[in-house]
Structure formats: structure tokens, C-alpha cells
Write a protein that binds this ligand. Structure first.
Ligand code: COA
Length: 391
């Protein structure tokens, strides 16, 4: 099958999440009365490369489809296989243009680029400073102040879902925090969510295919969880809002979990054809008893902050209105306690469990690697990424 390439369309390669959420019907831009010249078309192609802002995958697909239609006419390529996510999305986008004439596609391409260029310019005149923008582009923020290393999940537009890069960055941040002069490490989230768990496009956007993604995922996950098991200083979660998946299971490895009463705790593994990670198959039954753990880990029951507190997953719940002030005041006080004493005490509390936790982590990762390739999991992820966009 001939490969459809992005480069010719002057587009960025999309993540599959967006590709699947694309309303294909919207790709047909039926309009023009004017006709763009070949020169206009070429200018537009150059303009695309200069856009300051990523226009999003839906638009990139639209550009791709119009480019193909304008240069090659209606799509007559064989339809890619169902698991060939990217090429299938591109094929769908192009095919949806039907018999749109080449000249109309060319005009629509030029119009679309022109509208993108003006909105990109307008947004670059916005008030946000360069620093703020740079920070926003980072999946996590790490700061050290008042004896506290603060690690913030920082993808609020994606509910702080954790990308492969964020896993690596967190491993590094914990490594640094374990030897620097800060006293405790604290995790929290930017925006309304604490974290929506693993970024589900991690499985579908890997270049080498799904087996490679699963294998890489298992290695990264194991190292990631190990860095929590082995972290030598007090580790605290400041759960500012809903938490999903691995951001919940990891809490069993924290020393204290403070939650806003707005927070919820959800581990929908069965719904996703997956299995528990971050040692929760061991820590949760130990903490809350096997019946309650099963409700969360098997049946995906979502707990409120107070329910999570009653199950021992949360240390204390605070009203949303005073959450940040109360918790950070308390943490600053804790960070003034003698660091060595806290480190030694943590070692005593945790050391008999460490070997067990490493073994559990290894087994969970092996199980997940196989599970990620299962039909149940692939179907569940496809169903998430192909959800209809909200109107
Ligand atoms: N992976 C990838 N993208 C995610 C994500 C995740 N885990 N969680 C949220 N997002 C993205 C959404 O796709 C959406 O992206 P878009 O704006 O480009 O379309 C954006 O974040 C906002 O999420 P949305 O679903 O529109 O918000 P919501 O308030 O309706 O729902 C959630 C929020 C978290 C309940 C919902 O996004 C969800 O169920 N996410 C999956 C959570 C999950 O299963 N995690 C893994 C557990 S193992």
C-alpha cells in the first residue's frame, strides 16, 4: 500500500487522540467562488511552515486532505487497516472530500491557511509573557522552595494526563530531589484536575507500532514506579481535584495524601481492558481490605475524597475553599522538621516492604505489557480516542 506522507502536505504528524476525534464530515469546506492561483497555493504552503501556533490535529488533517485533493484529485488509495491509526485517519480525511474539484480544494487550502495565519498573529500579540508560555509547554513543573520540591502535573488542557516524556521527567525530578537539600517532595496538579492518569495516546502514537509501544511502556512504567518505591524522603500528594488511573494507584506509595473535598479517585482499569499498576494490586487490598480494593480495581468504583479517606487512601480531606492555604502552611512546617530523622523513620517504616513492592511492580508491568496488546484494551482505547468532540 502506498504510504500517505505528512511532509508533502506540510502538516505536523498528529497524535491519534485528535485524529480519532475528528469529525470527518467537517473536512469538506464547500465554498469558493474565487479561484486561487498555483502561486497562491504555493505561497500558502510556505505560510503553513511559518505558523507560530500549532493549529491542532483536526486542522492539520483538513490541510492534509485539501492538499492531496488539490494536487492528486479524489482519493483512490486503498483504505489502510483498522490498526494503522494515523494513515487511516488521513485516508478518511482525504476520502471525505469525495469528488471536490482540484481548483476548489486549492482555494479552500489557501483560505484555511490565510485564516490560520491571522489567528496565529493575533494570539502572538497576547499578553502572556515568554516565561509563562515556556512553562506551559512543559508537562511537569519542578520547583524547590521552603525545603519542598514541588512537582506539578502541568497539562491542564489534557487534565494533566501523563505522557512518556512526563514519566521520564518525573523519574529525573525524583532522582534529583532524593539527593538535593530539600526535605520533602510534593506532587500536585495545575488546573481543575490532579491528573487523569496515563495519556491514552501513549499507546497509539508510538512510531514503531503497538508492540514496541507496549514494550517501551512496560520498561518506563517499571522504572517510574521504582522511583517512588525507592524515594528516601517524605513524599506527599496534594490532590487538588479528580485523580484517575496511575495517579491514584501511586498514592499507596506516598507517605501522606491531602485531598480537596472536590477530589475523586477513579481506577477504571477493567473498563480499559487493563490491570492495576504502581503496586496497587498489593497496597490497596492491604490498606482497605480486598473487598473494597476490588470495588476500585476490578469494578472501577469512583470514590469521593471522604470515601477515599475512610478507606485509608487519603490522610485528610480539606474544604476546597481553604485547601491550598491550609495544606501548604502545614507542609512548610513539616519541611522544617529535622530531615535526617524523617529520612531514617521513613526507611524503618518502608524497608520491610521494599523487596515485595519491587517484585509486585515487576509482575504488574509484565501483566500490563501483555494486556496493552489485548483486544479488550485496544478496543477500549480506540473507543476513547474516537469519542465525538463536545459541541
Ligand atoms: N489521555 C489522553 N487524553 C486525555 C486523558 C488521558 N488520560 N484525559 C483527558 N484527556 C484529554 C481529552 O481527550 C481532551 O482532549 P481534547 O480537548 O483534545 O479533546 C482533554 O483532555 C479534556 O478532556 P475531556 O474528556 O474533554 O474532559 P471531561 O471533563 O469531559 O473528562 C476525563 C475528563 C478525565 C474524565 C476524561 O477525559 C477521561 O475519561 N479521560 C481518560 C482517563 C483515563 O482513562 N485514564 C487512564 C486510566 S488507566
Amino acid at each position: 500500500m502506498a504510504a500517505v506522507t505528512w511532509s508533502r502536505a506540510r502538516c505536523w504528524c498528529p497524535s491519534l487522540l485528535q485524529v480519532f476525534r475528528l469529525p470527518v464530515a467537517k473536512l469538506y469546506l464547500g465554498r469558493p467562488t474565487m479561484r486561487a492561483s498555483q502561486q497562491d497555493f504555493e505561497n500558502a504552503m510556505n505560510q503553513v511552515k511559518l505558523l507560530k501556533k500549532d493549529p491542532g490535529n483536526e486542522v492539520k488533517l483538513r490541510l492534509y486532505a485539501l492538499y492531496k485533493q488539490a494536487t492528486e484529485g479524489p482519493c483512490n488509495m486503498p483504505k489502510p487497516g483498522v490498526f494503522d491509526f494515523v494513515n487511516k485517519a488521513k485516508w478518511d480525511a482525504w476520502n471525505a472530500l469525495g469528488s471536490l474539484p482540484k481548483e476548489t480544494a486549492r482555494q479552500n487550502y489557501v483560505d484555511l491557511v490565510s485564516s490560520l495565519s491571522s489567528s496565529s498573529e493575533a494570539s502572538s500579540q497576547g499578553k502572556r509573557g515568554a516565561d509563562e508560555k515556556a512553562q506551559e509547554s512543559k508537562g511537569i513543573l519542578v520547583t524547590s522552595e521552603d525545603g519542598i520540591t514541588k512537582i506539578t502535573f502541568n497539562r491542564p488542557t489534557k487534565k494533566n494526563a501523563i505522557t512518556f516524556q512526563m514519566y521520564q521527567d518525573i523519574i529525573l525530578a525524583l532522582k534529583n530531589a532524593s539527593t538535593d537539600n530539600t526535605v520533602i517532595a510534593v506532587f500536585t496538579g495545575t488546573g481543575d484536575y490532579y491528573c487523569s492518569g496515563n495519556d491514552l495516546t501513549n499507546f497509539t502514537s508510538a512510531t514503531g507500532g503497538i508492540e514496541e509501544a507496549a514494550s517501551k511502556g512496560a520498561v518506563v512504567l517499571r522504572e517510574f514506579v521504582n522511583s517512588f518505591i525507592d524515594f528516601p524522603k517524605p513524599l506527599v500528594a496534594v490532590v487538588n481535584g479528580p485523580a484517575v488511573g496511575i495517579s491514584v494507584t501511586l498514592l499507596g506509595l506516598f507517605d501522606a495524601v491531602y485531598a480537596s473535598d472536590r477530589a475523586t479517585f477513579h481506577t477504571p482499569f477493567s473498563h480499559l481492558g487493563q490491570s492495576p499498576e504502581a503496586c496497587s494490586s498489593y497496597t490497596f487490598p492491604k490498606m482497605m481490605g480486598s473487598a473494597k480494593a476490588a470495588e476500585m480495581l476490578l469494578f472501577g468504583k469512583k470514590l469521593t475524597a471522604r470515601e477515599a479517606w475512610a478507606q485509608g487512601l487519603v490522610t485528610e480531606v480539606f474544604p476546597e475553599s481553604t485547601f491550598e492555604t491550609e495544606v501548604w502552611t502545614r507542609l512548610k512546617t513539616y519541611a522544617k522538621l529535622p530531615p535526617n530523622a524523617m529520612r531514617i523513620s521513613k526507611e524503618l517504616i518502608r524497608k520491610n516492604e521494599k523487596e515485595k513492592l519491587h517484585a509486585v511492580n515487576a509482575e504488574e508491568c509484565t501483566t500490563l505489557q501483555a494486556q496493552w496488546l489485548s483486544e479488550e484494551c485496544i478496543n477500549a482505547i480506540m473507543s476513547f480516542v474516537s469519542r465525538k468532540p463536545k459541541l
